[in-house]
Structure formats: C-alpha cells, structure tokens
Design a protein around this ligand. Structure first.
Ligand SMILES: Cc1cc2nc3c(=O)[nH]c(=O)nc-3n(C[C@H](O)[C@H](O)[C@H](O)COP(=O)(O)O)c2cc1C
Length: 169
C-alpha cells in the first residue's frame, strides 16, 4: 500500500474479531511510532503494550469512549515522558505524530485500530496512571486498541479546497 493510499483509506475500527495480533506486528507498529518527527528529535515517548485481559476489561471504567477495548488482544498506550523533554511542552505534538504513524502502520498491515484520547482529560490520565502503574513523569496521551477489523469501513471524502489559503487569509 503506498503512503497516500494508506492515508486516504485509514478509518477508525471499533469492532474487532477475536484473532490475536502477532507480537511481531505490534513491534512493527511501535517502530512506526518511533520514526515520527519530534521537537529537536527529543523522542519523548514510552509505549505500554496492554495484553492482560483483566486490564483490558477495566479500560471502559476509566475511559467511557473506549468500550471496544475488551474485544482486542492488545492495546498500546502512547505516553509522553516529561523527563526526556528537551523542549518543554512539545511532548503532546511529538506523541500525537507517533500515534498517527502507528495508526497508518496498523492499517498498512491489514489491521484496524482507533485513537482513543486520554490526555488532557485529567480523570482519564489518572485512571490509566493507576491501571498501568505509571510514574508521575509519564503522561498517557492515547490508547490504541488494535485487532483485525470485524467491520467494513467506507472511505471518506475530506479534501476541501476552500481550507487552503495562499500567503494571506
Ligand atoms: C485526539 C483524538 C481523540 C479521539 N478519541 C476517541 C475516543 O475516545 N473514542 C473513539 O471511539 N474514537 C476517538 N477518536 C477517533 C475519532 O472519532 C475519529 O478519528 C474521527 O471520527 C474520524 O474518523 P476516522 O478515524 O474513521 O477517519 C479520537 C480521535 C482523536 C484524533
């Protein structure tokens, strides 16, 4: 799949089959995250792979819009490590870039995933902090449940010529 095709055809997946995602593919998806650009190349990310069914089952209690998580064999929690920051405040953009790379990589591998937002909702940040025993300098940004899609998603038409401004508004 070429890059533009992956970008245009990626959609959120919220229904998954029970088939387990191979560890090698999970690693490839995280590798894609680690190739993201970051401010001053600081790479302030940490990734928690969540495979424990008990933890996966508890996620909807912490995140009301992540009810699909108990369906999957693995979810990846993308976190910012503020102790690795050289340029304060940029960790969110860095980790968001990593997250999008990961969604595209999952799609290119024939898998489905969805970005469920954690930061800046404080109650979700605290919930994941407890669930995954995160130290205080590690802030969860997004949880990505990953699996084989049990739904067909259509393509979207999102290009809007009128959102492009040349030189001045
Ligand atoms: C920052 C952010 C937070 C999101 N949070 C959730 C979420 O909590 N639950 C969910 O099901 N989808 C969530 N989404 C997915 C969006 O709903 C989805 O990307 C959007 O509707 C566009 O659809 P598409 O991903 O199929 O293109 C989130 C997306 C982003 C970028």
């Amino acid at each position: 799949m070429d890059c533009m095709e992956a970008i245009r055809t990626r959609r959120s997946t919220r229904a998954f089959t029970q088939e387990k995602v191979p560890d090698e593919q999970v690693k490839q998806i995280i590798e894609a995250g680690m190739y993201a650009p970051s401010a001053g190349n600081q790479q302030p990310w940490q990734f928690i792979t969540i495979t424990d069914k008990n933890i996966l089952k508890k996620v909807p209690g912490t995140h009301p819009y992540a009810t699909m998580v108990p369906q999957v064999s693995v979810a990846i929690l993308v976190c910012g490590d503020t102790s690795l920051e050289k340029f304060k405040g940029y960790w969110v953009q860095d980790c968001a870039a990593a997250t999008q790379n990961m969604l595209l990589a999952a799609h290119a591998l024939g898998l489905g995933a969805v970005w469920t937002g954690v930061y800046p909702r404080q109650e979700r940040v605290e919930g994941f902090r407890k669930l995954c025993k995160l130290p205080s300098h590690v802030v969860p940004l997004a949880l990505l449940p990953i699996g084989y899609p049990a739904q067909k998603s259509g393509t979207a038409q999102r290009f809007k010529e009128d959102r492009i401004h040349n030189n001045t508004w």
